[in-house]
Unconditional design. Structure first.
Length: 100
């Protein structure tokens, strides 16, 4: 499990409904194509999927963000300390440890 807090604001809640809304829409369109025949064929009704995606996107954009939990800032690795003054900062290959 993740220890990350989930946001429960209305905007994030509506955005989380995008996948289920698309699956239900595709299921209903396929059901209509099986029941009604040629007019409700899936090739004629695919714009309905785009309308559902647009509707859910519009609803999430208009929803308030009260109680929104922002994601934590990314962890940036620390920079190595600068070389001491008077040393050559150019990389040198490691020395052969067998004495050759």
């Amino acid at each position: 499990m993740s220890d990350r807090a989930r946001c429960a604001c209305p905007r994030c809640t509506i955005r989380g409904l995008m996948g289920p809304a698309i699956i239900i829409t595709v299921g209903l369109l396929l059901l209509l194509s099986e029941m009604r025949g040629s007019f409700f064929d899936f090739s004629n009704t695919w714009p309905v999927i785009l309308l559902v995606i647009g509707g859910v996107s519009l609803a999430s954009a208009l929803a308030p963000m009260t109680g929104h939990i922002a994601p934590p800032p990314p962890i940036v690795p620390a920079m190595p300390p600068p070389p001491p003054p008077g040393t050559n900062p150019v990389w040198q290959p490691p020395q052969n440890r067998q004495g050759q």
